[in-house]
Design a protein around this ligand. Sequence first.
Ligand code: MLC
Ligand code: AMP
Length: 492
Amino acid sequence: MINLLERAKDFKERTALVSNGRAYSYNTLGTASRNVASAVLNGKSDLKEARIAFLVPPSFEYTAVQWGIWAAGGIAVPLCVLHPLPSIQYVIEDTQATMVIVHPDFAGFLAPLESVSGVPIVPLETILREQTTPLPDIDKERRAMILYTSGTTNKPKGVVTTHANIEAQITALVSSWEWQKDDYILNILPLHHVHGIINVMSCALWSGACCEFLPKFDAQVVWEIIGSGRLTVFMAVPTIYYKLIALWEQAPEEEQKKMAESASKLRLMVSGSAALPVPVLEKWRDITGQTLLERYGMTEIGMGLSNSYSGERRPGHVGLPLPSVHIRLVNADHNPVGRNEAGEIQIKGPSVFKEYWGKPEATKNAFTHDGWFKTGDIAMHNNGLYKILGRDSVDIIKSGGYKISALEIEDVLRGHTAIDDCAVVGLPDEEWGEIIAACLVTKDPNIEEIALSQWLKARLPSYKIPRKFIFTKELPRNVLGKVTKNEVKNQF
Ligand code: MLC
Ligand code: AMP
């Protein structure tokens, strides 16, 4: 199994996690994880890749549950605390989860699922009780985790990674970014995506460092924690840096100086999950003296490309392949491109995922016949470093660092009785990267945006809800009848 629980034994009484105002040592985390493993095994000798879903906010308990599932031979399926019930139900049913572990704050919210899906919902408290069972030996090639990511299909797909994949994703970053046991990082990201799970939490715990959880991003609190001087490393999506800059700009001059000085002391600040706008990089550098290290990654591959920790960090670029990552750029004819030519990023290596859960056809289509994973991102090699130019699909939107499928939102919108047809697009936005916009063909000329947003909130998480609407009699289409999304964008 992933070498996290075993390594924890070496770090003993060092602080692993700070959660809800309490510090937890590596020994405490190890014991809690073994209690969880014994509880989920419930008399069995090995879970044999049973899927265990868990709805637990970022916390000590989250980590103990994740490690416990791994130690018992299960597949960890972290659920998103921001999702409405239908999105959660989809993941539980798609993974055929055999159990859902639920934090007390979400027990009432999840309760209706037990009868609908027939899946046992188990309170977190019972899972954490002290108990011991012999734990199985887990081969690293076995499946460890499923994370859901949007693609060019309407429903998100489950990305399956093995213990070996996860270990490769962690170790590439630990060595490149020189993680040490004296590091201290703040996690402000959701823990159902790789950025928070791998880059922040798992890299810290691999290294014997400390990870503090802030359950929800709040720019004011983040600045206070930076001001405390305890952080050495910070990682976030570009939107978060934008929001931190906005708050700094509102502060009185004396305060600004203090904020900037404390931020200047961190050894590393990283941006990723979406393109870091050069003005944001420059502004952050002007304020703090820190040049953000931009890197490129994806749920299916962990991290692929990174600017240098100790060398050049070129604005607007994502650097070079991380250790063990093989990369090539290919054109539409599947041939490698020349220097300074654009091509699709394709990736090979031990960090690349195993499969889309239950979707052999989608898995096959995601790889070339000779085993390269097709990312769908377009890049060029520009004077020694890679630069991301965009994506090959207009149907994928990146907003606040979340990847969102336009088709998924269209599918939901078409379920509204007043909507005949629709087209969803991403519009460039300084703060969010892109914001979601919907062009609607409706029967009801009086349909209200507020009422529509409320209706959507019951069906989609907040970050997938369109922020702009326009109403039209007909969607623009090409001669083949396909909606021309670039024209829709122009209409906004
Ligand atoms: C929220 N709001 C949005 C929005 N999301 N408006 C436009 N577009 C969006 N996407 C609005 C809300 O409606 C609300 O408005 C206000 O913003 C605050 O909402 P919130 O929910 O409190 O937002 P906040 O917590 O500030 O969220 C911002 C954020 C969040 C940046 C912290 O989006 C986030 O956690 N992003 C990270 C996602 C992530 O981890 N991605 C990694 C994927 S892995 P009002 O009017 O009600 O106040 C990956 C691979 C890799 O990509 O390379 O890493
Ligand atoms: P996800 O599926 O949520 O893991 O999102 C992965 C996608 O985020 C990639 O395919 C890219 O499109 C995008 N992405 C990640 N990092 C960067 C970056 N530094 N610059 C531009 N796009 C990025």
